[in-house]
Design a protein around this ligand. Structure first.
Ligand code: XLS
Ligand code: NI
Ligand code: NI
Length: 441
């Protein structure tokens, strides 16, 4: 038995509880009430809130203009193993105090990468055993694991889509290790975010070959995981750019087309991130809708972008309208398939108090909870659904219905048009829809 650390990292902060909207305690939930039932499920079941190991326990706030501003007591150890145990202690203390149920990680968030593949594998096995014990102690679960195949210089030209086969093989070895880790930790899902799977210049790139390689890579990863008994979902996380100029997993529609083209659509679903949607010039709601319409709405990376900045600022969610519109899609499609809501968000560089991490996650959870309650009321008590249905009612009966079934040919459509004459204008009522949302907020 490894002995688990008993140091308290977030001193003076206890378990965060639900106190309701009247509370003026900043360290309490105002809307997120884990056991409250909304539309047949508890909030906790709807969301399966997860923390992102990388933002919350690794990222010290460095940016291209200056070093990190946060000193994490858990990383102060020369021994990478000890540092990783300390970090796990801090992470588990935090998640438990937040009352969340899940966490997400990259391999080298858990422990520093070794000098060789075998050394990295050994390190991962050690921290995995430690985490296993901590999970048993606390009942916390892994929402998903993923491999960081984008930070190390060897991946500068991509991982699965690298033009050099040796790098592709190396990436595969790393993904195999992280699949093993995820399975050992009873991880519910496995994520692929293609950080550098794309190009910086099309001039030096054979796009078709790289995409073919990506498809082979993903199908072999799936086969390996299944052969090891992994029953969970694989998620692709779309993002249009950053760090590459063009990322192949551009947006939900692109990824769905790719998965269908290569016959991967049975095992893979999507992990939709708010700020990636807006980077792709879509709304979060749009990306969720595209995924849901193909039965691929798997999981959510919760955060938000900035109206003035064109990059992935990964701020904590606080936009009620944005998340309410998203929750309408979420509820109408019965939530997520296998996934949950992972706070892939970071506190600002100048947010340097330990309590800021709590405040950020409280705000994020409250935003989702509040939006869920609003969306639930809109669907139950407003004319919203009926109004949408009415717009399409001409396809519910008669010739419209026959058209929808594919039973009317073009010549007949021509004759019908002659017969109907000029159609009357029918308002789209956008402002009415917007007012309904606003009324329920
Ligand atoms: C980066 C991505 C990344 C993935 C996991 O933009 O959001 O954090 O979620 O590799
Ligand atoms: Ni992101
Ligand atoms: Ni993400």
């Amino acid at each position: 038995m490894i002995s688990l650390g008993d140091k308290e990292y977030f001193k003076g902060i206890g378990k965060i509880s639900y106190e309701g909207i009247e509370s003026d305690n900043p360290l309490a939930f105002k809307f997120y009430n884990p056991k409250q039932i909304v539309s047949g499920k508890t909030m906790e079941e709807h969301f399966k809130f997860a923390i992102a190991y990388w933002h919350s326990f690794c990222n010290t706030g460095a940016d291209p203009f200056g070093p990190g501003t946060k000193v994490y007591p858990w990383t102060i150890s020369k021994d990478p193993l000890q540092a990783s145990y300390n970090k796990a202690d801090a992470a588990f203390e935090f998640i438990t105090k937040m009352g969340f149920t899940h966490y997400c990680f990259h391999d080298f968030d858990l422990i520093e990468e070794g000098n060789s593949l075998l050394e990295s594998e050994k390190r991962l096995e050690k921290i995995t055993n430690y985490l296993k014990q901590k999970q048993q102690e606390t009942d916390l679960k892994v929402l998903w694991g993923t491999a960081n195949c984008f930070s190390h210089p060897r991946y500068m030209n991509g991982a699965a889509t690298n033009p050099d086969f040796k790098v592709v093989a190396r990436a595969a070895a790393q993904v195999k290790m992280v699949i093993d880790t995820t399975i050992a930790l009873d991880g519910e899902n496995y994520v692929f975010w293609g950080g550098r799977e794309g190009y910086m210049s099309l001039l030096n790139t054979n796009m078709k070959r790289e995409l073919d390689h990506l498809a082979v890579f993903l199908s072999k990863a799936r086969d390996y995981a299944r052969s090891q008994g992994f029953k969970g979902h694989f998620f692709i996380e779309p993002k249009p750019m950053e760090p590459t100029k063009h990322q192949y997993d551009f947006d939900a529609a692109t990824v769905i087309g790719f998965l269908q083209k290569y016959g991967l659509d049975n095992d893979f679903k999507l992990n939709i991130e708010v700020n990636h949607a807006t980077l792709a010039q879509h709304t979060f709601q749009h990306e969720l809708q595209v995924a849901a319409d193909s039965n691929m709405l798997g999981s959510i990376d919760a955060n938000r972008g900035d109206y003035q900045n064109g990059w992935d600022t990964d701020q904590f969610p606080n936009n009620i309208t944005e998340i309410t519109e998203a929750m309408l899609v979420f509820l109408k499609h019965n939530g997520l398939q296998g996934g949950g809501v992972n706070f892939d968000a970071k506190i600002r560089r100048n947010s340097t108090d330990p309590e800021d991490l709590f405040l950020a996650h409280i705000g994020g959870a409250d935003t989702f909870a509040r939006a869920l309650l609003i969306a639930d009321r809109i669907l139950k008590h407003s004319s919203y659904n009926n109004l949408v249905e009415r717009r399409y009612s001409s396809f519910d009966t008669g010739k419209g219905k026959e058209f929808e079934k594919g039973n009317i040919d073009f010549k007949t459509l021509y004759e019908l048009a002659l017969d109907y004459g000029e159609p009357e204008l029918i308002s789209g009522k956008q402002e009415l829809f917007e007012n309904i949302i606003n009324q329920f907020i």
